[in-house]
Design a protein around this ligand. Structure first.
Ligand code: FEO
Length: 400
């Protein structure tokens, strides 16, 4: 099994697994680069395991855990987050170490019963600020509700100033030998970090921003998340990145996402993209919603200040694949974007009406006034209107 075990500091070990087998995270989000599940082991006067990994990786994980314990018993299992990619091995760990005390907040205690059908007697319920004394190392707890689940919490190791941050500061992508931030090229992981954030945590950005405010009060040397690399050299880098994500601070650029059956809406998208380039927008990304999974489109929209949606009409309505994207965008509570819409129809309209409804109630947007709707192929007046749209979008994102 591909469990990786690395010493972070004396008495603190990374025990993680790479998952390149699962196609879809939460059975929804493509994982072309895989994903890593990280847990951590503290060996002190007491022993503590912080989170586990997905059950599919249990064999190698248990071998690594026993190796680190070297014959000692496991005293504590700290629950930062109950989602099964981290709680998957709890039952096995409890079976092997029946004296272990689970440590978590009140909500986590309920979830141990709900998700694992376990009545655990040895459960230490902790609140914000409580301290777990392991000997040289001491953990204090900070609740971070809804980042990602209600029971989510982080812990802070006070001696070496280490934050165990659960899903916060995580990302998609298996760790290809690079466990630490100083061993990897940040840009290599950046897109998969943002795709992870926008799709998994994006909806809870207000709670994430609050959690980051709490975290920023801590003096942090090392960040140990449950996905992605361990930040031992430049933790400020990932904190800055997450502050941008959570507060929806976007970069200059425009995403165009379109759905097209016969090429008319696609043609409009290409004309618009060219006009945006002529207006000086240097980052223009165009996506066909039939080809690109919405998780990638959402991630790019999370990155850039502007987005424009185009749809053909299907059964007097918006194109079904565009509808899926609209659902995803609406669910994730987008904010601080400049937005425009366009579309086409053959005999009766419908798509532009629904796109217009989306931009009026689908998020907190600055809407560009020009909307372009063509019957069949775009004509000269439609092309002129697309030029006008591009001008309005370029001006709006310059102001933002
Ligand atoms: Fe990685 Fe919300 O679990």
């Amino acid at each position: 099994m591909n469990t990786v075990s690395v010493e972070i500091l004396d008495g603190l070990h990374y025990i993680g697994t790479n998952d390149r087998e699962t196609s879809l995270f939460e059975n929804m989000w493509p994982l072309p680069e895989g994903v890593a599940y990280n847990s951590y082991m503290i060996i002190d006067e007491k022993t503590a395991l912080l989170d586990t990994v997905k059950i599919t990786k249990v064999d190698g994980f248990i071998d690594a855990l026993k190796d680190k314990l070297n014959g000692r018993d496991l005293d504590y299992l700290v629950i930062h987050h109950m989602e099964p990619d981290h709680s998957g091995c709890y039952k096995t760990v409890i079976d092997l170490f029946p004296n272990v005390t689970l440590v978590g907040n009140k909500k986590a205690r309920g979830m141990v019963k709900d998700f694992l059908d376990l009545d655990v007697e040895n459960f230490l319920e902790v609140k914000d600020g409580d301290v777990l004394d392991l000997g040289r190392r001491k953990l204090t707890f900070v609740n971070t509700p809804m980042v990602h689940w209600p029971e989510s919490m982080v812990s802070y190791e006070m001696t070496d100033k280490i934050l165990f941050s659960q899903d916060i500061f995580g990302g998609f992508g298996a760790l290809n030998g690079t466990i630490f931030d100083d061993e990897m090229n940040f840009e290599f992981f950046q897109d998969e970090m943002r795709r992870y954030y926008s799709n998994i945590v994006g909806k809870y950005s207000k709670q994430a921003a609050k959690a980051l405010e709490k975290v920023k009060t801590l003096d942090i040397n090392i960040i140990c998340p449950v996905h992605g690399v361990v930040w031992r050299t430049n933790p400020e880098r990932i904190i800055e990145e997450y502050v941008k994500y959570a507060n929806q601070i976007h970069e200059d650029g425009v995403v165009i996402a379109y759905g097209s059956m016969y090429g008319n809406t696609e043609k409009m998208a290409d004309i618009l993209a060219r006009f945006l380039a002529e207006e000086g927008v240097k980052n223009v990304k165009v996506f066909d919603v039939s080809k690109t999974h919405e998780s990638y489109i959402l991630s790019e929209i999370w990155k850039y200040k502007g987005f424009i949606l185009g749809s053909c009409t299907y059964n007097n309505s918006v194109y079904p694949k565009m509808n899926q994207l609209l659902y995803t965008l609406k669910m994730n509570k987008l904010a601080n974007h400049a937005v425009g819409v366009f579309g086409s129809y053959g005999w009766n309209g419908g798509s532009v009406r629904e796109l217009t409804e989306f931009i009026s109630d689908g998020g907190s947007f600055d809407v560009i006034p020009t909307i372009v709707e063509t019957k069949g192929t775009p004509k000269k007046e439609d092309v002129d209107s697309l030029r006008q749209m591009a001008k309005e979008m370029a001006e709006l994102i310059k102001e933002k």
